[in-house]
Design a protein. Sequence first.
Length: 399
Amino acid sequence: MGPRFHTDLEGVYRDMRREHGAVVPVVLPGDVPAWLVIGYTEMYQVTTDSTLFPRDVGLWNQWETLPEDWPLRPMVGQRMPSVYFTVGEEHRRHLTMVQDALERVGHVELRRSTEAIADRLIDRFCGAGEAEVISAYAKPLAVLALARMLGFPEADDAALIDSLGAMADGGADAIGGFDHAVALMGKLVGHKKTTPGADVVSYMVTHPEPFTDQEYTLDLMAITAAGYLPTADWIGNSVRLMLTDDRFAASLTGGRHSVPEAMNEVLWEDTPTQILAGRWAARDTRLGGQSIKAGDMLLLGLAGANADPAAHNPGGSADGLRNSNFAHFAFSHGEFQCPFPAQEIAEIIARTGIEVLLDRLPGLDLAVPAETLARRPSPFLRGMTVLPVQFAPTPAYGG
């Protein structure tokens, strides 16, 4: 890592590719070895071949060397009855339940609910003429929209933000954040089993095939953790792009056509989920010219694969935008990619949040030089630490 990982990511991947090729030997905290896949073709191979590269963390050949307090344990995980940490038929059983629940989310109602939450958040700062988009808007919007959709009570919102953020950043409080988040999930599952409603957790616990409370809780954890910060970062990274890239200036003068283009560009160039852990080699093999041993961990370098020159069409549009090219790895790929209903939900929340922000705040602009903007210090998720903006003060909708 080091500061260059957050200030010159494109250069980091370019140097990695020149020195090591498409599959890079790396070390995780504590000198734990792994492979970082940054080639587009190699990423497709790893995510498509779930027999040679299963998502079975139990295969890892480093378990005996890891201390119990290793900070990346929550992100890497372990074998457990969750949609994220099961394979084969058991994975498909969990995935069916989760997808069925997510498919019952009404998109019109989700957009309406997200708009209402966005308006309430903007009402808090629209009269001031300045705000910090990440903490005052992107993060609370993502967690509130997801929490209402899932069925969380409002009293749990602040605790969800703190615990999920700590877990994702992989610091000293990552394990504590994970434990706290799981406790919140378990409490909600217990409540919805006795008092179901029109929400995702209720749809899960009333699914025809029975699951244990632990399974419901862990599946809810997977949904919430995968949905919160990546969606918040999708909002923040898209707003940053629209405020710093001349190609999107039109959207800030009344047009809305550039919002989806900006969001897609972010998924290519500044994807919120940078690195995923991971896949584990089922046997000795070769990948990208490297000798991979059975049990080796392969980190999915989604951002690196998206930046692979082999992934770019030299005959693209004149302005360099991908427009309708959605062949990125932002949501991973293959059997274990982010379920399509979850992708739709994230897109609705993020796009609604960006559009409402632009509609409500005329003259929106950065309040600091673009080069001073800093990234959150996480190797897994790429988002802004802060995004200070200024705009013409406007009255609150709520009076």
